[in-house]
Design a protein around this ligand. Structure first.
Ligand SMILES: C[S@@+](CC[C@H](N)C(=O)[O-])C[C@H]1O[C@@H](n2cnc3c(N)ncnc32)[C@H](O)[C@@H]1O
Length: 370
């Protein structure tokens, strides 16, 4: 299918990064909006985006967008979509979505209206009165924001942050899509030594390693659209083999440290599963004693934020320590994500730049010192 519009929802703050990723993939009509990036293309572009996008959450086909203040507007516009072009007779088509700042605010009601409209459309198209929905899944999503409804079909299935390497997580793992965005903002392209002195389960360094190798993040997982009736398995196979040929054979070094032995074990397991263990070393080290192992490099890190009172004091002490340690190491541009508003004061220096980023629902700043 040609000339479809796709939407890539992303964490707030990462829109520009996802837009640049789309440019690097030569996608057409890229539009960067709040919380999402749009592009147009065909199923091959959709497959490419699923395999290669690092910082977006999923690849959706945007089927319609319309002003919507009533259930009848929702029903009529959803029924007008040519669902039969996508969903076969046996297809399963669950519906989920959200409604914000809109007259239609009951999500369960909107959900059942959308479902009913699709059923009515397919009944007419297939001359059937009942759908068993035993086949592949065609997840329908709706979003109603400021009285404008967007209707999507999800091509990804599990979110794109599921790369397939995270066997186990520690307490506060960073989402892979955000970690990749942080590495991209730090302009790491595989040359410098990267350090993460609060590495936890190693997400930042594993994402950095995949970027250094130019390894498609979705290479070793499957996507919902692959089980669709219209799916062209040869096309997916050839995109995968092309992606494998694009992996660089280069030498680079990444060093993670943490005081939690259990997190370090998880990090090593994850790096092995991601196929980057030979490039990443994890070691037990208190940030107080942190020392680089190279003349220069980049520090990218996600220290504890200290959400509870006692923990806040501990987190603040860690920011002071990190500031002192980095003052002794001026050749190391340092990138820190934290929700703590006072980080620059505690760290002892104003950042060269800062940028709002959301770590899930937590509003953070990405403090950049260089
Ligand atoms: C927010 S977590 C990092 C999560 C990591 N980005 C991930 O994706 O798993 C913060 C980490 O800082 C570590 N940490 C706390 N105090 C530390 C210290 N004094 N020195 C080094 N690491 C410390 C914790 O063990 C924890 O793993």
């Amino acid at each position: 299918m040609k000339n479809l519009t796709f939407a890539i929802p992303c964490l707030f703050g990462l829109e520009g990064i996802v837009g640049n990723e789309c440019k690097r993939l030569n996608l057409a009509n890229i539009k960067v909006e709040n919380g999402r990036v749009l592009f147009t293309g065909d199923f091959e572009d959709m497959a490419k985006a699923n395999l290669w996008i690092r910082s977006g959450e999923r690849i959706l086909i945007r089927l319609a967008e319309f002003p919507c203040k009533s259930f009848s507007e929702l029903f009529d516009n959803v029924k007008a979509i040519r669902w039969e072009n996508f969903i076969p007779k046996e297809g399963a088509f669950p519906v989920k979505g959200y409604a914000l700042h809109s007259q239609l605010h009951s999500v369960p009601d909107c959900q059942s209206i959308v479902k009913k409209a699709v059923v009515e459309r397919l009944k007419d198209a297939y001359h059937l009165s009942w759908f068993a929905e035993t086949g592949a899944k065609y997840q329908i999503q709706f979003g109603i924001l400021n009285d404008v409804a967007s209707i999507y079909l999800d091509t990804s299935g599990p979110g794109l942050h599921k790369r397939g390497y995270r066997a186990r997580a520690n307490d506060a793992p960073l989402r892979e899509t955000l970690a990749a965005g942080m590495v991209d903002i730090a302009r790491y392209r595989g040359r410098e030594v990267v350090y993460d002195p609060f590495c936890g389960s190693g997400t930042i360094l594993i994402e950095a390693a995949m970027i250094a190798q130019n390894r498609a993040p979705g290479l070793y997982r499957r996507f919902a659209a692959e089980s669709w009736e219209s799916s062209d398995s040869n096309m997916w196979a050839s995109l995968r083999s092309e992606a494998k040929n694009k992996i660089f054979k280069r030498d680079f070094r990444l060093i993670g440290s943490d005081i939690d032995e259990n997190a370090l074990k998880i990090a090593m397991g994850n790096a092995a599963k991601a196929g980057v263990a030979e490039y990443v070393r994890f070691k037990n080290c208190d940030v107080l004693k942190w020392q680089p192992e190279s003349e220069s490099g980049i520090v990218i890190t996600n220290p504890p934020y200290g959400e509870r009172l006692l923990d806040v004091q501990k987190a603040e002490a860690l920011y002071r320590t990190l500031g002192q340690v980095m003052r002794r190491n001026p050749n190391f541009p340092t990138y820190i994500i934290s929700s703590h508003q006072e980080l620059p004061r505690l760290y002892g220096r104003n950042p060269t730049k800062r940028r709002k980023l959301y770590n899930g629902m937590i509003k953070c700043e990405y403090y950049m010192y260089y």
